[in-house]
Design a protein. Structure first.
Length: 230
């Protein structure tokens, strides 16, 4: 089994220890930090395959850690799961906009945690053959290098946003149902609502700017990528 390294950033000792033990039982290499300072030292010195970050920490905000990771070359595409006791839609959207790929509200079920972790890691281990650089209008997608440019400027996408873009753009003109997107991107063993996909799509469109028109909403069904590849 590949050595999967996961960093858990959580200040509540009981929750931190519980997550540590549960993930260790699945043979992951698990590292923990109880505050932003400890997390920063680990992030600077190691590479991780997944981050699980508590939103509220004693010396910083998990939102700020998400933003910092997305600004770093080393971890800009590494999956992030945000832990939060704030379950309002605005709070969740704020976390996703900051770069989180998924969120889990406290208190949470351990089986749900394991499913969310599997879903994120499954996408990392996908052996889909690289397609090379493709262009749609002023949008350039380089899948092997995980880079996206709009009007010549590189934009930073979350791992989930990138996967959605790859899936939609790989089949221009095809309508993708919301449920199919959830199953393909997040995994069919994860219970999420269509609202989650809508939020990711909204964030993706915002970052695409002038090229956001390429992702079309098919009312009552899902989304379609315009079939005008150049």
């Amino acid at each position: 089994m590949q050595d999967i390294k996961i960093l858990v950033i959580e200040d509540e000792e009981d929750i931190r220890d519980l997550i540590f033990l549960q993930l260790q039982l699945k043979n992951y290499s698990v590292f923990t930090a109880q505050n932003g300072k400890e997390a920063s030292e680990l992030i600077d010195n190691k590479e991780f395959d997944l981050f699980i970050i508590d939103r509220m920490l004693p010396d910083t905000n998990g939102i700020d850690i998400c933003k910092s990771l997305r600004d770093s070359e080393k971890h800009q595409n590494t999956p992030i799961i945000l832990l939060t006791a704030l379950a309002e839609t605005d709070n969740i959207v704020e976390g996703l906009d900051a770069g989180a790929d998924d969120y889990i509200t406290k208190p949470f079920d351990l089986e749900v945690l394991q499913a969310r972790v599997r879903a994120q890691l499954r996408r990392l281990s996908s052996d889909t053959a690289p397609k090379g650089e493709v262009r749609f209008g002023e949008l350039v997608i380089d899948e092997p290098k995980a880079r996206v440019k709009v009007n010549g400027e590189e934009i930073k996408l979350t791992h989930t946003e990138f996967q959605i873009l790859i899936l939609l753009s790989s089949r221009p003109g095809t309508v993708h149902k919301r449920r199919d997107l959830i199953d393909s991107i997040l995994g069919d063993d994860v219970h999420v609502t269509s609202r989650t996909i809508d939020t990711h799509i909204a964030g993706l469109r915002k970052k695409l700017g002038s090229e956001s028109y390429l992702i079309e909403t098919i009312r009552g069904i899902g989304y379609r990528f315009q079939d005008n590849e150049q």
